[in-house]
Write a protein that binds this ligand. Sequence first.
Ligand code: NAP
Length: 356
Amino acid sequence: MQGSTIRACHPLGAHRVLEPAGAMPQDAWRIDNTPVAGEREILCEVEALNIDSASFRQISEVCGFDSRRIGDHIAATVRERGKQHNPVTGSGGMFVGRVLEIGETLHGKIDLNMGDRVASLVSLSLTPLHIEAIHDVDVATGRVWVRAKAILFESGIWARLPEDIDEHVALAVLDVAGAPAQVPRLCSPGQTVVVIGAAGKSGMFSCAQAKARVGSTGRVIGLVHDCAAPSAQLLAQAGLVDDLVEADASRALETSGKVEAIAPQLADLVINCVNVPGTELCSILCTRDGGTIYFFSMATSFTAAALGAEGIGRDVTMIIGNGYAKDHANIALRTLRDHPELLAYFNAKYRKGTTT
Ligand code: NAP
């Protein structure tokens, strides 16, 4: 890769694909991560990565939850692929950083200036990333502090970091922005909604949006690993769920039986926000015939979901959680501002220096 005046760029980043030929940056095995902005690219100095939860959990398990080994694992993936694209889960994450260079074709065409602080809203699984050093890995949050550079393509979306919310909190929220933006589209007043993995990041936002939408005549059931966990307690105390159910979603019959015991008609909508594989059947069994399942989880298997529903003869609509929805960043940040209890929880958990 030469300088910005030399190389012509495809707006979707196809010019960065090294192999296989014909692939796009997301499905490519390897992309060119040379840290120089082409004429339609934005070069950013990266300070922190927020690794996708399903990916981080898988890496952590392989590395024995050891922060140094996790860091080495991430550095090796990026060296090999030119991007943080977990080959097992297929997922990436996001970064937070500062604009260093703007390709000349984009000058005056985008609302960004050198030095602006941004969070990427496109996945690390397609973002050219060049890591110079990994400073620290926070095993509790999946946050990785780095000295690195990344490229945003012309088509890439980003969010300017808000002034009223800590930027590391913002990064955690923006990572899952698709969920709070899409949940209100999927439910309506009076409905029963089950959120699986309710005590995680996207789960908490999904509960908040679902409860606001179904209203007092509807019901939100939060399915969590541990009802005593602070995030689960917060959901109940802030009225973001009507019921908390303690269960393991990988145990489909046992868990759906607990849901059926309190909601015999089952859920109109199930939102799956877990970070582990093997919960498709639980989601299907918790959903009424004719209902909808929103698989936000990156650990979802299309095969398990399609064949699982067929196998038990449940006619449900299954939706893949698109990472992008119009205005999703603003909706996610607004959800946080509208819920001071969520903001306090996220501040305590994700603000830099609060967990490591
Ligand atoms: P998170 O904060 O780590 O939350 C995951 C939650 O799932 C945790 O509360 C976890 O509980 C719970 N969980 C795990 N295994 C469970 C089980 N067997 N039964 C019940 N609960 C279980 O994750 P997140 O950041 O919200 O992300 C959630 C999912 O969305 C991940 O798969 C992530 O990859 C995906 N994601 C999707 C998009 C998209 O665009 N579609 C974007 C970002 C993330 P414990 O902590 O107790 O294990």
